[in-house]
Design a protein around this ligand. Structure first.
Ligand code: AMP
Length: 540
């Protein structure tokens, strides 16, 4: 029997329309390429998204067209999120830190018709345009009089493009499950793969993310969106912030410690979203200059493992709660979050920090489980660990243009992460399946070893990789960046680790580097180090 309620097919443009009606004056603040601060609000973002949608239609673009952005976090990028998806086209956010070959592959694979391009990335597109087979138009995110001399064919400034758009444009009624956005995975192994989000999956993800038990966001928050808008749709923030009338502040190009600190203080930021490497820079800046984070209450940190030392420093030095989130491009991205509960607040601090270092519990809608190599479910006892599998309404079914599903017969998607789940439902990432170190038949978690190492007062960052070893199959090698950039006694690191990890986990070799290789979304690029040092133990 069918229910008697109204049927509803979401269009994410409904989110910005809602913000326009209920929170029109809430600010959207962007640091522009010029360094100036630009201020607008949800009311204006809504009107300009309508103009963009209308201008796209007038120029012949239609439902299902894939239109890309190569853009920073800014109000124009936010308008594109709504204008493009709202008129039924697909908002494909390109990662501007990608290797040019990968960018070409992705643009051609997606068959992008337009690229909305931020001024600093025009030279990159100029160098690639001959290899781009589908792109018809480049819309440069600037004023008419800022449009640069360029060899790009068919360019127009964003402001000129939307000039003739109709501000009373009405959004189309879309099909159930219509596509709204496209992101590609980082592709450290093999070609990048596309994940095509739908209006329904995006709206459901945003509504759940907005639940207090998920991210603990609040109407009164001002959020600093450091996570790039190309990284899994900035974790959903561009949708759930307007849904909840929350002010968004965007850092533009300036993501160094001092710039972030100034923006947090000047804009009264209460919550900030980003990957751990960003917060290392911010904390380092505060430490060196004896500064406190005054307005900030919480940081939402995800995308890579979070060290306990970071949780402790935020709490003890700045009274800031670090909320960890875990997810992936294939999951829109949120899977688990770790908000502070009353039980946690009653724990001894160090015990609480250890719990906060776990990836957290699934948000409503997401199911998680761990499996052994044969696919059997493992106990949720906090000890057993295995392949983490997930399913839910904002998790992919198949990759874009693939000819087969990416899930098993029961709908479970294998994340490629190795995890444990405890009796209270807290999931902890042990490692990426490809990074776990297999030494003499036993497993060493590279993440645990890294996290233990960065607790050393003289170490800023650490990376552990397993390298082939003649006797043990693989043994760990530790790469460190010290606070000063100078080498320190290796023995002091081993002594420090001695009571924190099992003896046989201790790295066989420690190498000092000036910096570690990071990928486009702040993840350590272990394969770079593995490639360079691969034969180190074999040749000894
Ligand atoms: P991406 O699709 O680029 O967002 O990458 C997703 C992957 O990032 C996950 O499968 C994890 O390996 C890693 N990741 C995300 N969040 C966390 C976290 N909180 N702790 C450890 N690893 C994480």
């Amino acid at each position: 029997m069918k229910g008697d309620m109204q049927s509803w097919t979401p269009n994410i443009a409904g989110i910005i329309e809602h913000a326009n009606k209920v929170f029109p004056d809430v600010e959207v603040v962007s640091k522009l390429v010029s360094g100036e601060t630009h201020r607008t609000n949800y009311g204006e973002v809504c009107i300009r998204s309508r103009k963009l949608a209308s201008a796209l239609e007038k120029n012949g673009y239609k439902e299902g067209d894939i239109l890309a952005t190569l853009a920073l976090n800014s109000y124009r990028h936010l308008e594109i999120y709504y204008g493009v998806s709202g008129m039924g086209a697909v908002n494909h956010t390109l990662n501007f830190r990608l290797h040019p070959d990968q960018a070409v592959y992705i643009i051609n694979h997606a068959e992008d018709k337009i690229i909305f391009c931020e001024l600093p990335f025009v030279p990159l597109l100029e160098s690639l345009q001959d290899q781009l087979h589908s792109v018809e138009k480049f819309i440069i995110l600037c004023e008419k009089d800022e449009l640069p001399e360029s060899s790009l064919k068919n360019t127009i400034s964003y402001e000129e493009f939307i000039e003739d758009g109709d501000e009373d444009y009405s959004w189309p009624q879309l099909q159930d499950d219509a596509a709204c956005g496209l992101c590609y995975t980082s592709g450290t192994t093999g070609d990048p793969k596309g994940v095509l989000y739908s209006h329904k999956s995006t709206v459901l993800h945003s509504m759940t993310a907005a639940m207090p038990v998920a991210l603990d966001i609040n109407r009164k928050d001002s959020i600093l969106m450091v996570v790039p808008m190309f990284h899994v749709m900035a974790w959903g923030l561009p949708y759930f912030a307007p849904m909840n009338g929350i002010k968004i502040v965007m850092p533009g190009m300036q993501m160094d410690g001092p710039s972030l600190y100034n923006q947090i203080e000047n804009e009264n930021i209460t919550m900030a979203f980003g990957v751990p490497t960003i917060w290392m820079q911010l904390l380092g800046h505060c430490r060196e200059n004896n500064l406190k984070l005054n307005s900030l209450n919480k940081t939402l940190v995800g995308g890579a493992a979070v060290p306990v030392s970071m949780i402790r420093e935020f709490d003890e030095e700045h009274d800031v709660t670090l909320v960890q989130g875990w997810g992936m491009t294939e999951m829109s991205p949120l899977g688990t979050t770790n908000i502070i509960t009353d039980e946690m607040l009653s724990m001894p601090k160090e015990e609480r920090y250890l719990l906060q270092a776990k990836a957290g519990r699934p948000i409503y809608g997401v199911e998680i489980d761990i499996r052994d190599e044969e696919g059997n479910s493992l106990p949720h006892d906090g000890e057993a660990y295995g392949n983490l599998v997930v399913r839910g309404p904002w998790i992919l079914q198949r990759y874009f243009k693939a000819d087969h599903d990416a899930v098993d017969e029961n709908g479970w998607f294998d994340t490629g992460d190795i995890s444990s789940i405890d009796k209270d439902g807290y999931m902890a990432i042990v490692d990426r399946a490809k990074d776990v170190i297999k030494s003499g038949g036993e497993w060493i978690s590279s993440i645990d070893l890294e996290n233990a190492t960065v607790g050393h007062p003289e170490i800023a960052e650490a990376c552990v990789v397993g390298l082939p070893h003649p006797k043990w199959d693989e043994r760990p090698m530790l790469f460190v960046v010290t606070n000063t950039g100078n080498d320190i006694e290796k023995q002091s690191i081993l002594d420090f680790l001695n009571d924190k990890v099992a003896k046989w986990w201790l790295p066989d070799e420690i190498i000092f580097l000036k910096e570690l290789p990071h990928g486009a979304t702040g993840k350590l690029q272990k394969f770079e180090l593995r490639k360079e040092y691969n034969n180190h133990y074999m040749e000894k």
